[in-house]
Design a binder for this molecule. Sequence first.
Ligand code: SME
Length: 157
Amino acid sequence: MAEDLIISTGTKEEKYRDLLPQITGLLEGEDDLIANLANISGALKEQFNWLWVGFYLVKKDELVLGPFQGPVACTRIKKGRGVCGSSWARATSLIVADVAEFPGHIGCSSASRSEIVVPIIRNGEVVAVLDADSEFLDSYDLTDQQYLEEIVKLLKF
Ligand code: SME
């Protein structure tokens, strides 16, 4: 696999629809988790140019920073803390239109204005979260949630 990603210029929905088979292709025949998390982060960053996108992995009682694209980030987040820790604790996706309004939001980057976090659940347990941050307010909606949940389903943990 060495092709370039084809970047879509359509609507958000079209961007995801064009990206999904390409991510499926990137993951095909590769069972290394870190490699796959890294390529998903890269593909999402290239297509959407969000401020930050990447993964936190559940390790013992905290989330630990995994592969990502964007500015340097906090390395460890406790369960229930910030948007990522809340998504883990509630085992549900969270869309935050304005991070300033989210109690306990962890501002890894002061440029971040809105955020979506999608938990990755295997055998009933959250094993990681996908976090995307935007420098614009209200960047994420149910379309993002639906497709990002679809994308993380492709991962083998
Ligand atoms: N803002 C996140 C922390 C992770 S960074 O933004 C990459 C939160 O409140 O969970």
